[in-house]
Design a protein around this ligand. Sequence first.
Ligand SMILES: [Zn+2]
Length: 298
Amino acid sequence: MKKIILVFILIINLLTPTHTAAQYGSKLEAGFSNVALGGLVGGVGAVINKKKSAKFGKTFWKGFYKGAIGGYLIYEGKNLIHKGSINTNSNYYWPAKLVHATGSSIIENAAANRGMLAQIHLTFGFNRIDCYTKKKFKLRYRILSSSLLSGISYALKYHFDIKETFKTGVFIFYDNKDFNINNRFHGMELSNNVVLSKAMKLFQSNNLHYSPSQNRFGSLFRFHVIGHEIIHTYQYESTFALNMFLNKPLKKLNKIKVVNWYQKYFYTEYNAVLFRFYNTKNRNNFIEKEADFYSINR
Ligand SMILES: [Zn+2]
């Protein structure tokens, strides 16, 4: 019963009108999609990873409610990015990252059918740290394989910006050559790494605010682009829970020495496959709409 009340409170919270009535529907949609997706992934994962003797329905519900709580935290993390974007304030980035990472960890735990806070992870570019809270407190470092590869591909082409990286909590590169990346984008994201256009660098200290009649490249526009790309890294990270679906077969593979060594130091992002076939030309999809939703004044 307590669990039902908790999920109910989350739903009521989503219904709290903090925006005008006209925008109400989209806030609800945004919150629900995160809670529902978190719940679904948590529930399905828990069933996949359940003990043979455990009951299907009970296991699914347990995973679902944990995943829903994780999804709600993900939603709140994204809301902090929205606050930072519209207030042109980078102080929101790290709190957003921590709230989001907690939410993402909870969904991962739900999908792995373990305690809600059994393992909390934090990623920074290609680095992943897991904090184990069960039995004995333990820290574990692993390299995110896809994030490392995308980071290398960006490093070969673009300029790594350490200051901006620590400010945002996301690996940031700048395209120092072209005003727009590939003559099309001001920002681009691939497996936890972000590239910003030369224009974004040029207008770093510009205090003009975006409006159709003004210069497009004001600080507000810049914060919109950064916020948009940070949301893409969050979307990527929140699909880490899907990797838990493969826990059982991967455990078997661990008997092979090389695989065992590899899995000790590397975390394979099988979820990256989902984003490989993503069409960047099509901006009319959930991923892009959500990234805009949390980075522009609505
Ligand atoms: Zn985008």
